[in-house]
Design a protein around this ligand. Structure first.
Ligand code: ZN
Length: 366
């Protein structure tokens, strides 16, 4: 693969004499992974409202083959939410040195208590255009996705409003039934937030939000393939219903990612991590400590999906969702040279963003 001026220029058997050659032996070149939904890593969280936290997360993600991500917020007080949006906006302009900030993802505030997960309901707000406009303005063009509960009063009109602003709406942390979800999808909502987790599941007389996003051919579903959030049979079920084009593998990783078990904070919630699984005091799953290359491996092995499809679910599919597939998301001539080197042990050996190597595993590391 020939890389020139930060872009992939060609695939050739005959290396050009004037260009340096990087040979990673038997390892594979894969497209840079894209994480649509990630809160934090290595002690840092997007909700810290610090550009330096986003820098840490960005570099940590690069170690796992990720070259782009949506900086994702969690429910917290209103002012802190606006601060986080503004910091995401700054990081989006400046760009950190590892994985690129592709924008912001608002996960919080406009949810239902029944499936709140690790979101503190004391801070839940009415869904209103003025709240949404304030977030959009604070984010300064960087807000790409808003998650909300479609049964909230006025949801359909506001889904239409957000869609008209070029912001994608994802449905989750909700108790919406099948019909309410269908209606939200008809008004422009794009799919389901970590499908099955934080939403009304499928009952044979009440197919719920999960049933609606799985049955709608256009809806994208986020999947947390960590082997804990979803049973392997459910990964397979999702794949049978959605196929390879409408599943985005996400990490939903929190600040405990890359660190030891222990007690952490997710926004205003205490979170306890045991054997890498994060839960609130009441036992609800609270994000994950998953990395995206592991999600790919799990989707391949537990979800019985081909490796190619699993990689696509973490690269071209999220790129298409964000409307940036002409620039990133696959290895093709003229696209940004965002790629990673994956060895046969499913370990990332190196990661490149725009042709620049931003991570190299040292020889003595695992
Ligand atoms: Zn969530």
């Amino acid at each position: 693969m020939l890389v020139e001026k930060g872009r992939i220029s060609a695939f050739t058997q005959t290396p050009q004499a004037d260009l340096p050659i990087y040979d990673y032996g038997d390892a594979a070149i894969i497209p840079g992974l894209i994480d649509l939904h990630i809160h934090g890593r290595e002690g840092c969280d997007v909700i810290d409202c610090k550009v330096s936290s986003i820098e840490t997360i960005s570099c940590s993600l690069a170690e796992h083959g990720v070259t782009g991500f949506l900086a994702t917020t969690v429910t917290t007080d209103w002012q802190q939410t606006l601060n986080a949006m503004s910091v995401i906006g700054q990081a989006y302009v400046q760009q950190p040195s590892g994985a690129q900030v592709l924008g912001g993802y608002s996960e919080g505030l406009f949810f239902s208590e029944v499936h709140k997960g690790a979101h503190n309901q004391d801070y839940f707000l009415e869904l209103s255009q003025s709240h949404l406009e304030a977030m959009i303005n604070a984010a300064n063009g960087s807000l790409k996705v808003v998650a909300l509960a479609p049964e909230k009063p006025g949801a359909n009109a506001l889904i239409k409003f957000l869609t008209e602003q070029g912001i994608r709406v994802m449905l989750g942390h909700c108790d919406a039934n099948y019909e309410q979800t269908q209606s939200a999808l008809e008004h422009g909502a794009c799919g389901g937030v970590h499908v099955f987790n934080g939403m009304r599941g499928i009952h044979h007389r009440d197919p719920g939000c999960a049933g609606a996003v799985l049955m709608n051919d256009d809806a994208l579903v986020e999947v947390i393939a960590d082997g804990v959030h979803l049973h392997p049979a459910i990964l397979q079920l999702i794949y049978k219903l959605k196929g390879p084009q409408k599943i985005a593998l996400i990490s939903d990783c929190i600040n405990a990612g890359g660190l030891n078990d222990g007690q952490y904070k997710l926004g205003k919630m205490d979170v306890y991590v045991e054997h890498g699984v994060a839960r609130t005091a009441s036992g609800s799953l609270a994000g994950s400590t998953l990395t995206l290359e592991l999600a790919v491996k799990n989707m391949h092995q537990l979800g019985s999906v081909s490796l190619l499809d699993a990689i696509n679910m973490a690269s071209i599919v999220p790129a298409q969702f964000l409307n940036i597939a002409d620039q990133v998301g696959s290895l093709a001539a003229t696209k940004q040279a965002n790629f990673a080197i994956l060895d046969s042990n499913f370990t990332i050996q190196a990661t490149y963003v725009k042709g620049q190597r931003c991570f190299l595993r040292s020889a003595n590391e695992g």
